[in-house]
Each structure stands twice: as C-alpha cells, then as structure tokens.
Design a binder for this molecule. Structure first.
Ligand code: PMP
Length: 403
C-alpha cells in the first residue's frame, strides 16, 4: 500500500526540509560549522536550573506536573508582564499567551489566519521556520525589499496598495538570517503604514536581548499594539530545549490561537513554564543575559574581524549590532549552494542563503554565517578557509550585472 495517497492536500506543501539534509554533514568530526542557528550549550544556566527545580518541587509539588490552562501557567504570565514592559510591550497577565517556543505561536498563527492564496508579506530574506509554519496553508508570498536598516517602508506600502495582504511577518531586531535591525525612524514609518492600512503584523523578536553594541530599540508593538502580534521566547536567553515562548496579540487573535493550541498540545509543559517563571521572578534573568552577551560578544567581534581580514572585496556582509548571524552576498555571480559542498570538503560549513527566500532557487549568491556556536579561534580559522574557497570559486567569474 502506498501511504502517499493518504496524505492531505496541505501535506504536499510541507517540502522536505532540504536545509536539514545539506546541514547533516556539519555534524561530521573536524567540520567547523558557521551554519548553526542555535545557542551555545555552555551558555545554559545549568546550576540555576538545579536550584529552580528544588524551589519548584517544594512550592508546587505535583501541580508542576499537572495539566494546566492552555493560556499558560499563571505565575509565568504574571512574571512576563514587567519583562515585556522593558521592551515597550504593554500588556497584562491575561494578555499573555504562553506557547511552545515562538515556533508554536507561528504554527498557531498559520493555522488560524492563512488560507490558500492569501497574500502573506515577508522580508527578503526571511526566517525559514516561518515559511515552514505557513506553507501547508498555501499562501502566496509577497517579498518585501530590505537593506541595511531592515524592511524598506516604501516597499511595504507598495505591496499593501497593489492588493490586500492578509498577514505581514517581520523580524525587526537582529533578524534571522541577515542580522539587520529596523531603525528607529523606520519603526515609526512602518507603524504608521500598518495603522493606515489596518494591516496585521507578526513581530517575531527572539534576539532582542542579544545586543553587543548600541542602544536598545522599543518593539514595533509599542507604536501599534492593535495591529501587532508580538512573539518572544526563552530559547536564546535561557535554553531552547525548555520550548517556552510567548505571544501578545489583539484579543480576537489571541482567543483563536488558544483554540488552535488546544488541538496541538493542550498547553506548554507546566514544569518548563515554572522554570521560566522562576528564572524571571528570581532575577536570574538579569544576571544571565549579560553572561550570554559577554560569551557571544568576542565571537561576534572575531567574526567581523576575520571577514574584514580575509573575505574578497567582491563579497559584502551585514553589520549587525547583535543576534547570532552575519549575512554575506557575493557581487560575483557565484552559486553558494554549489560552493557549499566545496567548503564542507575543506571542513567549513555555512547555510546557503537561497533557503531564506520565499521564492525558491533565487539569491544563490548569498549565505548566512553564525558566530555563537564556534569560539573565536575556530571562527577565525573557518572564515580564513571559507575566504580561500570563495577566492578559488571567484577566479574567472564575471562581475554580476548590477549586483
Ligand atoms: N523565530 C525566529 C526568527 C528564529 O530565529 C527562531 C529560532 N531559530 C524561532 C522563531 C523559533 O524559536 P523557538 O521556537 O525556539 O522560540
């Protein structure tokens, strides 16, 4: 019996994750991976987690392991209110929905909002996991132009003027994959546009606290709370394996997200939510974030230094102030998906940038480089080797027209 014929129509849109396949080789011994999109495990506050565990067992006993409300564990929802206020997101405990990672929120939003053919606007490039969450429902993606300051407001306005857009998905701060941040001026402009057009935006904000230089910017949500679903997560500042994220959404959207979540997992793990509540309430969060930032900052500088020193003049890269990634683009017409295999044979891996575009097979001249997993020495070595691979590939390649 062929099980293929049993699959629902929407399943055909869940393309096998090509990126997973090509990244498998990064686990081979000897490969320095600049391909990771994950936090450094040495950053996880293991001792604090042991302390929180005994506090939770004493305080809540079996309740920490019982079913709980879909909306989330009350002490966590309460503790998130002041944490969110610091980012400019004003809400109340009832306004917070706890999700299984921010990915859980993206999945619920795809489920409740996206119908076949709906226009969904995304940055070019955008976060691959958001595309995976929306793809099953068959949206028509509309790509928004970006530059060093993030989404170009005029590009958004044009797209909104040409035809209705159901949903806009943005990562305004230290974007995955580009590392870029929407400037303050542009935040105000984007907010004005979405309010005028009565548009709905997902502001996905997992990297906000990983700032290595410059001043924090208020969330886009602070300008337009009625138009924005704000998503946050404990993955980058605590531990991704606890799978706890949170959403602050307009009331109607939030209600439907709860119903969608009931069908997915009933609620996020109670014990893990209690760990996150304790992390916030104990004040450990204010000691841990600077520790993570200090762990990553030298790696961030090592990456920028190595690029400056080794990369050919025809490769340009983003200049982030935080997050986990640098984005590079070759102005020679190089196929960095193809060159990836050559880099891996020299023991260096990156993610070919083409995977981060809603239109498959485009922008082959781009790549994403991660600097949070390897240490400074490994970053320097990997970038030097990658530069050699690029120079070899670039020899004889023609200067791309207008790139
Ligand atoms: N959004 C973005 C932009 C991300 O980079 C990630 C993690 N790679 C996620 C959402 C999902 O994170 P989590 O589900 O662990 O909160």
């Amino acid at each position: 019996m062929s099980h293929e014929e049993l699959l629902a129509g929407r399943t055909a849109h869940m393309e096998s994750n090509a990126i997973r396949e090509i990244l498998k080789v990064t686990a081979q011994p000897g490969v320095i991976s600049l391909a990771g999109g994950i936090p450094a495990p040495e950053s996880f506050p293991v001792d604090a987690i042991a302390r929180f565990t005994s506090v939770i067992l004493q305080r809540y006993g079996g309740r920490a392991f019982q079913y709980d409300l879909t909306e989330g564990f009350r002490p966590l929802r309460e503790a998130l209110v002041p944490f969110l206020a610091r980012k400019g997101v004003k809400t109340s405990p009832d306004g917070v929905l706890v999700t299984s990672g921010s990915q859980g929120a993206l999945d619920a939003l795809g489920k409740i909002l996206v119908s076949r053919g709906d226009r969904v606007a995304v940055e070019a490039p955008t976060y691959l996991g958001a595309l995976s969450a929306f793809n099953p429902y068959g949206p028509e993606y509309v790509e928004l132009a970006t530059d060093e300051e993030g989404v170009i407001p005029e590009s958004l306005e044009e797209r909104l003027n040409e035809a209705p857009v159901k949903l806009i998905y943005l990562v305004p701060t230290f974007q995955n994959p580009s590392g870029r941040t929407l400037s303050l001026e542009r935040r105000a402009k984007i907010a004005d546009i979405i309010i005028r057009h009565n548009a709905l935006v997902i502001e996905d904000d997992p990297y906000n606290d990983l700032r290595y230089r410059g001043e924090a910017l208020p969330a886009l949500h602070s300008w337009a709370p009625d138009n924005i679903i704000y998503l946050g997560t404990f993955s980058k500042i605590f531990a991704p394996g606890v799978r706890v994220g949170f959403a602050v959404a307009p009331a109607t959207i939030s209600r439907w997200m709860v119903l969608a979540k009931q069908g997915t997992d009933l609620h996020t793990g109670t014990f893990n939510q209690a760990l996150c509540a304790e992390y916030l309430q104990s004040g450990e969060v204010d000691r841990q974030i600077p520790r993570v930032v200090e762990l990553y900052r030298p790696r961030f500088h090592a990456m920028l230094r190595a690029l400056e020193e080794h990369f050919p003049p025809w490769v340009h890269w983003s200049n982030p102030d935080g997050g986990m990634f640098v984005w590079a683009e070759s102005s020679l017409e190089l196929d960095l998906l193809d060159i990836y295999h050559r880099a891996v044979s020299r023991n260096v891996a990156y993610v070919p940038g083409t995977f981060f575009y809603a239109t498959p097979g485009t922008h082959l001249n781009t790549m994403r480089l991660n600097f949070t997993m390897p240490d400074e020495q490994h970053i320097a070595r990997a970038v030097a080797t990658l530069a050699e691979v690029l120079l070899e590939a670039g020899e004889g390649a023609k200067i791309g027209q207008g790139l």
